[in-house]
Design a protein around this ligand. Structure first.
Ligand SMILES: [Zn+2]
Length: 185
């Protein structure tokens, strides 16, 4: 899915659970954080006043957390670990990062974990898929994000869900119909 879709969908699903100002920052950040492996500058769809601080926090997380993680994973897995949608698109960093936040702020830790998992879920319905327990448990779907019209399906579904005021779990469940393949490795 596209960056703005991850962002909007995560807010749509978690909206009722947000109360503190920090909750919004955490959800904004973690909704697109796994894509830290492709985009050095993120949140391009947001106004500069929001984009700059979020980019700053993202790059700090990259330097403090992901670089050591990439080095350790690279040691075990080899250069493949540095490609897009590999070690950042897995439950491991979701668990580790949200555990750190949970230590200081439990509600934020849970929101961080939920946002990260939603990112993995939304990428799992696309053709390239996600290895949830990287390098194992490969789940991929039918959505072709390089097709000019298919890439907007998540936007259309979101607009429909907002218009019809459906509960968030309903379109989420519908997306599962797009899953094509689940295999262990
Ligand atoms: Zn992604």
């Amino acid at each position: 899915m596209l960056q703005h879709q991850h962002f909007l969908w995560t807010f749509f699903v978690l909206w009722d659970y947000l109360s503190q100002p920090w909750d919004y920052v955490i959800v904004a950040l973690f909704s697109v954080l796994p894509d830290i492996d492709i985009t050095p500058k993120k949140f391009q769809f947001l106004p500069k006043v929001l984009r700059d601080p979020l980019n700053l926090i993202t790059s700090l997380i990259w330097k403090i957390f992901y670089l050591p993680y990439v080095m350790v994973a690279g040691w075990f897995i080899g250069e493949k670990a540095l490609e897009h949608r590999t070690i950042t698109h897995a439950l491991w960093p979701a668990l580790m990062l949200s555990a750190i936040i949970y230590w200081f702020y439990p509600q934020g830790g849970l929101l961080a974990f939920a946002s990260y998992v939603l990112h993995l879920y939304f990428d799992s319905i696309t053709k390239s898929g996600v290895r949830w327990l990287y390098p194992w448990l490969y789940i991929r779907g039918r959505l072709n994000t390089s097709s000019w019209w298919q890439r907007f399906i998540p936007d259309v579904v979101l607009a429909g869900a907002l218009y019809l005021q459906t509960p968030a779990w309903l379109p989420l469940l519908l997306f599962a119909l797009l899953i094509k393949e689940v295999r262990l490795s």
